[in-house]
Design a protein around this ligand. Structure first.
Ligand code: DGL
Length: 265
C-alpha cells in the first residue's frame, strides 16, 4: 500500500509520525508545500488551488490512498481534492470530529485551529452532523511559536493562557458545557502537554493526528499487507535543508533525504 500524506509544511509530520507507529508496513510519500505556507491565513480559493496541485502530485507518484494532514486544507478544499484525484482521500476534520464524538459525554466540544479553519466552520459543521455543538477559536500565534521551537517557552505559556481562558469563558457564555478539546491544527500536538496542564481535568484533549492514524488503520488495516522494506519519501517545495531540520522535530526521528519540488506559485 502506497500512502500519500499532504500538508502545507512540516506540521503534517505529526500525522505521519502517528501513521508510522500504527501502520509501519506501508510505503509513505510525504509532501510539505513549504514554499506556499502558511495556508491558515489564506483564502479558500488559494488554499484549494495549492492543495489540489499538491494532491495531484501525490496521486501521480503512485499513492493509492491520500491523507490530507493539513486541517486548513481539509476544512477548505476537501471536496475539490476528492474531485481532482482518482484515489480515496481522508481529511483530518472528519477524523477529529469522529474522535470528539467518541470522547464527549456532554456533547459540547472546543476546537483550536487556524483562522482559515475557524472561518470555514468545518469543525462546527462536522460536529453538528454528529449531534455535537462545537465552539471554535482561531489561535494564529501558535504555528509560528511551534516552528520557532518555543514549545515550553514562557511566552508560549502566556499566549496559551490567554487563548484557553477566552475559549473556556466564551464557550460557557454561549451556553456550552465542554468536556473535549480538539487540537485542530497540525502544529498543536507538539503543545499538547502544555495545553493539558492549563485545562480543567474534566476536559479531554483530542489529537487529530492520532485520531487520523487510527482511522487510516481502520480503513486499510485488513487490506494493507506489510512490505518487507517500506519506503519513506519526502518532498518539500522550499528549502530541503530547513525541511530536514524542522521536520525532524515534528516527525520525532531524523529525515535522511528530502527532494525539492516546484509546484509553481
Ligand atoms: N497545516 C496547517 C493546519 O493544520 C497549519 C500551518 C499553516 O497554516 O499552513 O491548519
Amino acid at each position: 500500500m502506497n500512502i500519500g500524506v499532504f500538508d502545507s509544511g512540516f506540521g503534517g509530520l505529526t500525522v505521519l509520525r502517528a501513521l508510522l507507529q500504527h501502520l509501519p508496513g506501508a510505503n509513505y510519500v510525504y509532501l510539505g508545500d513549504t514554499a506556499r505556507l502558511p495556508y491558515g491565513a489564506k483564502s479558500q480559493a488559494t488554499v484549494a488551488r495549492y492543495a489540489v496541485s499538491s494532491a495531484q502530485f501525490l496521486a501521480d507518484q503512485g499513492s493509492e490512498y491520500l491523507v490530507i494532514a493539513c486541517n486548513t486544507a481539509s476544512a477548505l478544499a476537501l471536496d475539490e481534492i476528492r474531485a481532482a484525484v482518482p484515489v480515496p482521500v481522508l481529511g483530518v476534520i472528519e477524523t477529529g470530529a469522529n474522535a470528539a464524538q467518541s470522547s464527549t459525554r456532554t456533547k459540547d466540544v472546543l476546537v483550536m485551529a487556524t483562522a482559515a479553519t475557524v472561518e470555514s466552520h468545518a469543525y462546527a459543521a462536522a460536529c453538528r452532523e454528529r449531534g455535537l455543538r462545537a465552539y471554535e477559536k482561531a489561535c494564529p500565534l501558535l504555528v509560528p511559536l511551534v516552528e520557532e521551537g518555543w514549545i515550553d517557552h514562557p511566552v508560549t505559556g502566556e499566549i496559551l493562557d490567554i487563548y484557553l481562558n477566552e475559549l473556556l469563558e466564551d464557550s460557557r457564555r454561549a451556553g456550552l458545557n465542554p468536556d473535549t478539546l480538539v487540537l485542530g491544527c497540525t502544529h498543536y500536538p507538539l503543545l499538547r502537554a502544555n495545553i493539558e496542564r492549563r485545562l480543567p481535568p474534566s476536559i479531554k484533549v483530542i489529537d487529530s493526528a492520532e485520531a487520523t492514524a487510527a482511522q487510516v488503520v481502520q480503513a486499510l488495516g485488513t487490506t494493507a499487507p506489510d512490505i518487507p522494506a517500506p519506503q519513506r519519501r519526502f518532498y518539500a517545495t522550499d528549502s530541503v535543508q530547513k525541511f530536514r531540520n524542522l521536520g525532524t522535530r515534528f516527525l520525532g526521528q531524523p529525515i535522511e533525504s528530502v527532494e525539492l519540488l516546484d509546484l509553481g506559485g
